[in-house]
Design a binder for this molecule. Structure first.
Ligand code: ACO
Length: 323
């Protein structure tokens, strides 16, 4: 038997307001046709009054706890991945902790932008297996709408708001064929900071800043890095692409998803796609897509699932697990 972090439940949350491409075309010089052809995005959700990264994170967490059949009080560790915290400090994880009525547990945020959920899962997995606790709540939550330049058509059409969460528990599982996280691999290369960044921050400009991106450069790096890191993580787990049941990728662009699947020789039907509905929700995109495929019955207990993401930094990573 081997101690592994097993996903017991998933949950997600979206803001009330859905914005389609036609509505965006009334705000900037764009069209439904351009957005669908270049990105596959048709709609995204945008947070309104009373909605924030932590309200969405808390709602997603409640759904995940409900599926896991656990009370919030049973959580030992909360890790929230976000690039859009409610405040510079305290960590948004502590706001979610209070909203869930948990009085004492470990709670902190991680910042790895779109790879944030992969980073958070890996940290949680290592802490659980290291004995820091038995049960963790891992969340990816974002309100990118609040850091978009709504006059820049090259970025504002690409992103959306939302949250996803997973409850992990350390369990002894059979070494062969057992459930849980089998391997994770993370990377970062800060030389590419300037290709995708926010042009503000508390210690630089004293302002929040807006998202800036050199889309074509990001695209090129994404396809190469994602295919590579998926091969790497499968190697670590002693598996090959033919063992994969489902890939749950970061939802940045349908063309990146297609190109990555092709590079790995995967059937496009094995790739969970939600970018058409949610757009790019940064750290929330992987857990939102995971929850979608778990709840619609595609991902079942025992399936081999690969999660992957790439984001600003650049940061990127992948994780292979038996659901
Ligand atoms: N509507 C209409 N026209 C537009 C829009 C828009 N929303 N945005 C740009 N254009 C125009 C450009 O101005 C350009 O016009 P020009 O030829 O007259 O100069 C033309 O469309 C082509 O622009 P490109 O940037 O070359 O378009 P491209 O095919 O590269 O698509 C896109 C742009 C969708 C951003 C693509 O590069 C991409 O998806 N890149 C990856 C971005 C990404 O995934 N980022 C996130 C990953 S990491 C993370 O998630 C944080």
């Amino acid at each position: 038997m081997t101690l592994r972090s097993v996903i017991l439940g998933t949950g997600s949350a979206l803001p009330r307001r859905r914005v389609d491409n036609a509505e965006l075309a009334t705000m900037v010089d764009t069209s439904d046709e351009w957005i669908v052809e270049r990105t596959g995005i048709r709609t995204r959700y945008v947070a309104g009054e009373g909605e924030s990264t932590t309200t969405l994170a808390a709602e997603a967490s409640r759904h995940a706890l409900e599926m896991a059949g656990l009370q919030a009080a049973g959580i030992d560790l909360i890790i929230l991945a976000t690039a859009t915290p409610d405040q510079t400090f305290p960590a948004s994880a502590t706001t979610v902790q209070a909203a869930l009525g948990i009085n004492d547990c470990i709670a902190f945020d991680v910042a790895a932008v779109c790879s944030g959920f992969l980073y958070a899962m890996t940290v949680a997995d290592n802490m659980l297996r290291g004995g820091a606790g038995k049960t963790a709540l891992v969340i990816g939550a974002e309100t990118f709408s609040r850091i978009l330049d709504w006059e820049d058509r090259t970025t504002c059409v690409l992103f959306g708001d939302g949250a996803g969460a997973a409850v992990l528990r350390a369990e002894e599982t059979p070494a062969e064929g057992g459930r849980g996280i089998l391997a994770s691999k993370l990377h970062a290369d800060g030389r590419h900071n300037g290709l995708l960044h926010v042009d503000g921050g508390p210690s630089s400009t004293g302002t929040v800043g807006k998202v800036r991106m050199k889309g074509q450069d990001v695209f090129r790096h994404a396809v190469v890095n994602l295919a590579q890191v998926m091969k790497e993580v499968l190697d670590v787990a002693g598996l090959s692409t033919s063992d994969i049941d489902w890939v749950v990728p970061h939802q940045a662009n349908a063309r990146i998803l297609d190109a990555t699947a092709r590079k790995l020789g995967l059937d496009p039907a094995q790739v969970v796609v939600t970018v058409d509905r949610h757009a790019n929700t940064s750290a929330a995109s992987v857990p939102l897509a995971l929850d979608t495929a778990v709840r619609d019955g595609r991902i079942k207990q025992g399936d081999l699932v690969v999660l992957e993401a790439m984001g600003g930094g650049f940061t990127w990573g992948a994780c292979v697990l038996r659901y």
